[in-house]
Design a binder for this molecule. Structure first.
Ligand code: MN
Ligand code: MN
Length: 272
């Protein structure tokens, strides 16, 4: 049993195109996420589980869902090129990182197609630093670059539990709506009109549930809470990324299975 495979060139309108961007050059603390995409696909195809989403969609050789392999450009700002090719095919890009820095080049491609994008961003961190350690493209900065370049009309962040003065000022500057982890309540709904891009950093989960991440920030979501949020989303989703899985920090591949579960439930939202 397996996910279906396709080359990006062969995609059709409405296909869901999973690609890997195995890039972690802009991680500030640890590398490792470059190894993530294939391991998340392996977990999705593990014999320890089945291919069904919780609402009973069978992703085994699903005719609309394709693993299009790792795509790696040589230049950071061009990492979104395969996303542009997927959009040209009128397919839906679903990117597996990689560290969170990949979201900026991906959004450069997304914004060429959608002029009125909103972003729903799940993360322990705001990733709004103007720069970190002198690096404007650090994985701590992508949402500052996205907002100052006008690539999204608004940004909603969920699960944040590491705000500091600088990032709070950045959030005010870019009119970011932040639902801090301390303020989140079960059943909160996200009402966002127009096309929505979802960026999901695995560290939004509590490290107890997902230890395979670079920055262990306590006090996050349970796996069940995340799945309930995903299953409750009623949005016009036009692209997704799942980033920051770090296999070097994982225990028995359990975080890969969590990432695979998150990916499957997101795919369920995209399939008819
Ligand atoms: Mn992040
Ligand atoms: Mn994070």
């Amino acid at each position: 049993m397996a996910l279906s495979r396709k080359a990006i060139d062969d995609l059709n309108q409405g296909d869901i195109a999973l690609i890997g961007i195995p890039f972690d050059d802009h991680s500030s603390f640890l590398t490792g996420p470059a190894k993530a995409p294939e391991l998340i696909i392996n977990a999705t195809e593990s014999d320890s589980a089945n291919y069904f989403t919780e609402d009973l969609k069978d992703l085994n050789e699903h005719p609309q869902v394709f693993w299009c392999e790792n795509q790696l450009g040589s230049e950071y700002l061009k990492l979104g090129d395969p996303v542009r090719q997927i959009l040209d095919k009128k397919a839906i890009p679903f990117t597996l990182g990689g560290d969170h820095s990949i979201t900026y080049p991906v959004m450069i491609a997304m914004a060429e197609k959608y002029s009125n994008l909103s972003i729903l961003h799940f993360d322990a961190h705001s990733d709004l630093y103007d720069e970190l350690d002198g690096n404007k493209h650090s994985h701590a900065c992508p949402f500052a670059r996205i907002m100052e370049n006008g690539l999204a009309k608004n940004l909603t962040q969920v699960g944040i539990r590491t705000l500091n003065t600088h990032q709070n000022e950045q959030a005010e500057r870019f009119h970011v709506e932040i639902i801090q982890m301390k303020d989140w309540k079960p059943g909160m709904a996200f009402k966002i009109d127009g096309p929505v891009y979802i960026s999901f950093d695995m560290d939004v989960l509590d490290p107890a549930f997902a230890p395979g991440i670079s920055h262990h920030e306590p006090g996050g979501f349970t796996t069940r809470e995340v799945l309930s949020i995903i299953q409750s989303l009623d949005l016009n989703i036009v692209g997704i990324d799942v980033v920051e899985y770090n296999p070097d920090r994982d225990i028995n591949g359990m975080t890969a299975m969590v990432a695979a579960k998150v990916v499957k439930e997101f795919i369920s939202l995209l399939t008819a």
